[in-house]
Design a protein around this ligand. Structure first.
Ligand code: NAG
Ligand code: NAG
Ligand code: NAG
Length: 372
């Protein structure tokens, strides 16, 4: 009799241990998503268990797999070193460029180290600088806030990419002015290891409030980012933009004015979100084009004749921190140092919006503010 009970005990232990094992294996294979498994545990211990179980993997579609593999490979392909590396300056303008004569001064003496590409959406421009003559790309109409804005940016990138010597691509508007001389801008962009794409998380109505669930499953709300449209891009990133149609299509169809009763602007969300998802450490998260939103109006401050001075330009070009403010009631401000290859440096190379009336003053000031 005593022998039998001694045998029984270990059997019970074995059965218990195997039951626990089965339970854990089942829990691992079918991680508790919502409540099913939580009926067994109390909700707090359920949360603890889901924490150490891997998150449920979403099955990617064929298009997503294809897109990810292309993006990853393009990022890992070392760029071909150009013999004569150039920077592509890409201008978005409705017609003539008010600051051509200022840019002419900026480019003078640096022939062969830059290329100019102009997208004109309304009126055929009259050029006052030889550098800008015959540099228009085939253009189309651009509607503010609509996908046609992104299309114009892609058209400029495609044309600028045709020149294999172009290594970095800058998007500028007709109201932009340079804050430094060419040499400074060239070195800043040519020797950076990131693209200057503005990207931050804004939980407010002008940020994630514009997100639509129609973007699922490819674009989840937690990845949705906002940023100013004025970017600079490394060649690898420009090529990735050319290769993407999946995410572009999502933003074209579901991030537009009037979507689900809200206004979403693709030019402020597509690149900030796309690059945040696929190369977060490859972008700076701020734009090198300064703009003053401090008046908190629908449009940023425009600088007129009474505003421009040597001191204004010096003030803007000495800023070394980037500031982001959320659009919710809390208005949370995030301030980060502008890091250039690991060093804290001035954030801005260009500034907008300057009114055409400031042209002559800006030309006069250019030589003084660009000499240190
Ligand atoms: C930009 O932000 C992302 C995530 O928000 C971060 O991982 C990345 O390091 C940032 N980029 C730089 C250059 O700091
Ligand atoms: C430049 O910055 C200084 C210090 O912040 C400020 O007092 C001054 O008003 C600014 N000047 C211009 C023209 O913006
Ligand atoms: C860029 O350079 C900085 C400083 O050397 C380094 O910390 C960072 O990882 C680099 N980023 C990339 C994308 O290579």
């Amino acid at each position: 009799m005593p022998k039998r009970s001694q045998l029984k005990k270990p059997k019970w232990i074995i059965v218990l241990v195997s039951l626990v094992c089965v339970f854990l294996v089942v829990g691992y294979v079918y991680p508790p998503r919502d409540s099913t498994a939580c009926y067994i545990f109390s909700s707090s211990s359920c949360k603890k268990i889901s924490k150490w179980l891997p998150p449920p993997e979403r099955e990617l579609s064929d298009e997503e797999i294809a897109s990810r593999v292309v993006t990853k490979n393009l990022l890992n392909t070392p760029s071909i070193k150009a013999k004569n590396p150039k920077i592509a300056f890409m201008f978005l303008s409705p017609g003539s460029l008010a600051f051509e004569r200022l840019w002419d001064k900026f480019f003078q003496g640096h022939e062969g180290r830059f290329s100019i590409h102009i997208h004109v959406s309304k009126v055929k421009p009259v050029h006052s600088s030889r550098y800008f003559r015959n540099r228009e790309v085939r253009s189309d109409k651009v509607d503010w806030g609509k996908i046609s804005m992104v299309d114009a940016e892609k058209r400029l990138l495609a044309n600028a990419l045709k020149d294999p010597e172009n290594q970095h691509f800058v998007l500028l508007s007709d109201s932009c002015v340079p804050l430094h001389d060419f040499e400074y801008v060239y070195n800043y962009l040519m020797y950076t290891n990131v693209s200057f794409i503005d990207s931050f998380e804004d939980p407010g109505p002008h940020g994630s409030g514009r997100y639509s669930d129609h973007m699922l499953p490819e674009v989840e709300k937690k990845f949705f980012r906002k940023g100013a449209q004025w970017f600079t891009m490394k060649r690898e990133h420009a090529i990735i933009v050319m290769a993407d149609s999946l995410y572009y299509t999502k933003f074209r169809d579901y991030c537009r004015p009037g979507m689900d009763g809200r206004n979403c602007y693709a030019d402020e969300h597509y690149f900030p979100t796309f690059f945040h998802m696929f190369d977060p450490t490859g972008i700076a998260n701020w734009s090198v084009t300064h703009v003053d939103w401090s008046e908190r109006k629908w449009h940023p401050k425009s600088y007129g004749l009474k505003d421009v001075s040597y001191q204004l330009i010096k003030n803007i070009s000495s800023i070394t921190e980037s500031v982001h403010e959320t659009s919710n009631k809390k208005r949370i401000t995030t301030i980060k140092p502008c890091m250039w290859n690991g060093m804290n440096r001035p954030c801005y190379l260009f500034a907008r919006k300057f009114l055409p009336e400031t042209l002559d003053t800006m030309i006069d000031l250019f030589s003084s503010y660009t000499t240190v």
